[in-house]
Design a protein around this ligand. Structure first.
Ligand code: ZN
Length: 101
């Protein structure tokens, strides 16, 4: 059994498990029941495992592909509220008038 991915994002982990299962891999999530208990427990990583060691490499590739598709937002330019200029995603302030995003 090999660990494929760790995250505190349970919804993400369930989605990844679902997608890998659809590809015919046997997977298991560990650690999720340690979260959400009564009281202020520290957030604990959920880990996703494949039962068959031979699936680990392809599973990690799949996870990377899925995660790459999950982050489209910050690559889009944004429009400044101050002057209306379109500003590239990597800038947190408008290059023209200096207003923060
Ligand atoms: Zn501006």
């Amino acid at each position: 059994m090999k660990c494929v991915y760790l995250s505190t994002n349970r919804a993400l982990m369930h989605m990844l498990q679902h997608l890998l299962t659809e590809e015919g891999m046997e997977t298991v999530l560990q650690g999720e029941h340690l979260q959400g208990a009564v009281g202020e427990l520290p957030v604990i990583d959920v880990s996703l495992w494949v039962l068959a060691d031979r699936d680990a490499e392809i599973a990690r590739q799949r996870v990377e592909e899925i995660l790459a598709k999950q982050q489209p937002l910050d690559t889009q330019p944004w429009r400044c509220h101050g002057c209306g200029e379109e500003v590239d995603a990597q800038f947190s302030d408008c290059w023209k008038c200096g207003m923060a995003r």
